[in-house]
Design a protein around this ligand. Structure first.
Ligand code: PMP
Length: 391
């Protein structure tokens, strides 16, 4: 066999297959809740007003396309830092950051940094988690240990089991945490639980690695960063993978950043040097457009205010849909206690198929559905269809 003939066929991505299935369904009232992008009431994923405005400015004012370097747009990173860590913590020079190709790039770069740092560090990953977490992080070659996080049947965070599992971590082991809007469950830790996790990472010398991909879409920009700030503050060392792809609606522009907290400003500079070296050997430099757009927005008070306002509109729509689903029946009340774009329906795989066949409602095989895929005129039908399966 030749080189490429030795390759094995790969299974199609389950979620992409689901999108194709839904597209092929000709029923006019079908509901596609598979894909993980925000949708407005009309079912569109709009370009935000501030993004359009900043793109116009960029076209008019950008005068070169020359290379920026492996750190990407440094001003972008500087402007995102206080949004993630809070205005007080942002000047902390033990925290450094680089622009990355989206949250995925940040997660991968963080995992590479952990591998390079060596010492047998493992990454603890909660179950269930976003399906791309394990392959994305695992490909860097760091051993992964799973910890229990959520039980879709009882619709509860398995906090005690999670803490027990994390007690088994060694100093220097890394704990992957969803900063807010847990994907796929929507179930976030409450502030007391975050405090307990912060105590634990500090007491045992663990390194939190926070995935913050939906800041502003749970309960608000500040609220959604509260847990991240608690654990980063408590830990000597930490990583945060940040994404602008959802909260600025930039998806395909691949816009994000990786932040790292070192034990001192000097240590942070060494971390930074390593991150730049690792970026150089993978994507060399991150794509510019999305980060330039975010930089212009955050550097222009009117655009920044309009971005915050439109983000609040998206948030309000998600919260309202959650409240309406929850109001339909006590068995769905948990939906309103959860955050962000996703929650899991307590359905078996067969029931998920039946939901498609009988009702034209498309959710992932796990029962995960995109709340923002619903609209005012189908949310009640959705709730009724789901309830028809519940005991
Ligand atoms: N983390 C989580 C939990 C996600 O759901 C996503 C996107 N679906 C990402 C990270 C990565 O986002 P992106 O690379 O598109 O910025």
């Amino acid at each position: 066999k030749t080189l490429f003939e030795r390759l094995e066929a790969q299974p199609a991505d389950a979620l992409l297959a689901l999108i194709a299935l839904s597209r092929a369904d000709t029923r006019p009232d079908k509901i596609d809740l598979g894909v993980g992008v925000y949708r407005d009431a009309a079912g569109n994923t709009p370009i935000l007003r501030a993004v359009k405005a900043a793109e116009r400015v960029l076209i008019e004012t950008q005068d070169t396309k020359t290379y920026l370097g492996s750190a990407g747009d440094e001003r972008f990173v500087e402007l995102i830092k206080p949004i993630v860590f809070g205005a007080q913590a942002a000047p902390n020079d033990a925290i450094v950051g680089v622009q990355t190709p989206g949250g995925c790039g940040a997660l991968r770069l963080g995992a590479e940094l952990i591998r390079v740092a060596g010492g047998g560090a493992r990454i603890f990953v909660g179950q269930p988690t976003w399906p791309n977490h394990m392959p994305l992080i695992g490909s860097a070659g760091v051993p992964i240990v799973q910890y229990p996080y959520y039980d879709p049947r009882s619709r509860t965070v398995l906090f005690d089991a999670m803490m027990d599992a994390l007690e088994g971590a060694n100093a220097g082991d890394v704990v992957l945490l969803h900063g807010c809007c847990h994907n796929p469950t929507g179930a976030d830790l409450d502030l007391n639980q975050w405090r307990a996790v912060a105590d634990l990472v500090s007491r045992r010398g663990l390194v939190p690695f926070v995935d913050l991909a939906y800041q502003g879409l749970g309960n608000g920009l500040e609220e959604d960063a509260a847990g991240t700030r608690l654990v980063v503050e408590a830990a000597d060392q930490a990583l945060v993978a940040q994404s602008c792809d959802k909260n600025f609606g930039l998806y395909r522009e691949r816009t994000g950043a990786l932040f790292a907290k070192g034990t001192s400003a000097k240590n942070a500079q060494i971390i930074l040097g390593n991150l730049l070296g690792l970026a150089r050997t993978s994507w060399s430099m991150p794509p510019d457009h999305g980060a330039a757009v975010v930089r212009i927005i955050l550097d222009t008070p009117e655009l920044a205010a309009d971005w915050r306002a439109e983000l609040r509109e998206m948030l309000a729509r998600i919260r309202e849909l959650r409240a309406r689903i929850a109001a339909a029946d006590p068995r769905l009340a948990y939906i309103d206690d959860q955050n962000g774009m996703f929650s899991i329906l307590p359905l078996t795989p067969d029931q998920v198929l039946e939901l498609r066949a009988a009702h034209g409602i498309y959710v992932a095989g796990s029962g995960r559905f995109n709340v923002a895929g619903l609209s005012d005129d189908n949310v009640d039908r959705f709730a009724a269809a789901v309830l028809s399966f519940l005991p």
